[in-house]
Write a protein of this length. Sequence first.
Lengths: 344, 261
Amino acid sequence: MHTRSIIPTQVRLPLSVALGVVRQGIRIRLGRSLVTLTGVMLGITFLMSTLTSQALKGGVAEEDRLREDANRMYGYLVAETGPLLGRSLALLVTGPLSGVEQRLLTRLTSEGVELRVASDAALTDTAAFKRVRDARELGRDAPAIVVLGGKPAAATDFSALFSQARRPVLAFTAGAPPNAPGANVVALSRPRGQEERARLEAERVSSRFRGAFIVVVSLLVTVIGISNAMLMSVTERFRDIGTMKCLGALSSFVRTIFLLEASFMGAVGGALGVVLGFVFAVASYLLPYGTELALVALGQHPGQLALAAMGSLVAGVALSVMAALYPATLAARMVPADALRSNV
Amino acid sequence: MSAAGERRRQFDELFAANEGDGRTRVIRAVDVHKVYRSGTQETHALRGANLEVFAGEYLSIMGPSGSGKSTLFNMIGALQKPSSGKVYIDQVDIAALDATELAWLRCRKVGYIFQTYNLIQVMTCLENVTLPMAFAGMEPEPAREKGIEILKLVGLGHRILHKPSELSGGQQQRVAIARALANSPEVVLADEPTANLDQRTGQEMIELLFELKQNLGVTIVSATHDLKMLMKSDRILWIEDGRIVRDQKPSEVDFASQEFH
């Protein structure tokens, strides 16, 4: 009879009030905020540089493999034809050139070989080639014909192409060998040995595992660091928290303050970390590999790099919030009467 | 009749007896017990305290440390619930409330003034005063206007944008008083409000509280050993060993006696 049955529920504060408290908190305690922020930044820098390195490493390895394969092809070709310097090669292009073939042609051009193609060959890069109309012209003085493009050569009378060579070399890069009786048919693309492939695969797996382990450990260290700083921040604000609770703040408001602060630190630290990590990783590839190869590697997986940046930023916020969960809960659980007794 | 029923009847009688005088009771504590347990140790902070606070009065509570004074204070401030007995704040039984409702009650019905001011150091005076209003869901603009109004009232109209650290102790306590008044509470609780102030500033603070009581009809409950404050109050309660043992008007108290020195 004396008790009012219904008490309206305490209003949930607009986020703007919490944001205001957070903003002031960060500004006033700038020193420690910077420490927390640096913690997040370092962790995310490491994560981002690792992810970027992985993408670059993949790119570099791919480019390396292409060039190596092209060199091997070149080697097989020269073994049959003898030195090619200043001589001509006839090219039969059956389809779009693969990466290896492009690099093989680059290598041949750099060795001073004249590359002849039929005038109707579908090649975009015309500068490197000498287009000829007459099929006889194509093969004149050429020690070899190279079939490129991966598709079987159309039924061509190869012997017509070789006007002078006594035992002509017919090289092909992929697919079934062209049918050319009397010609020395050479496959340029030969599979790597089983052992070599196994070695490469094992190396890749072990390096990925090692990388993942180091990243996880470093992120854990970051979380613990942030958590520690947040705990200090809570202890320091014990009296403020208690006072606010006396004034009518809900536990959820107190928790929101700390989680907001953490996510803000996570976002800023994460963004800085992404930029720094990217710069470090690219720099570490620029130095040993040179600008050209590093840039090629960069361009190979733009999607993977964007994903790494997004992921690192999200990780920064998520880790920071995760680290703040325990301190925030501690602060929210605090009994207001206790706060008044802690004379700081 | 069961023991509980018997007790209930006693309570009802007690209320009936008190309700005839036409005075509004802001706070009513009936047979309040509080037991703290730590391990097997039980500490009885309150052993059946009864108390009433009337609207518009200036009540002082005296008691040595360990008498249960702080605990009683926490009860009537809706900071703690009793182990048994009832505490009504503006006719609401706090034992029946959950944490959210207690927060609501603290926000609108009770204003706190602390011995150590407890201002939020990173906020300006005005922000400190408007914080409880924000907790009560007030829009920023009217809250700002009301905050300035209250700060003028306590004599700090010229300092609204200063940080607490830029103010003297007396000024900080004035801000704290303004903050306590923010949501026009039913009762203002002051825990040793003059203990950290020098004689003259303490005197000013007592006068300010007295003025607020006289002019605005603010109900004030203070825990204090300050003689000047005791002399200004309407009633003085003595708490000893978890119970209220005396209830006197200042005119009935011999302030020259040994217990005050």
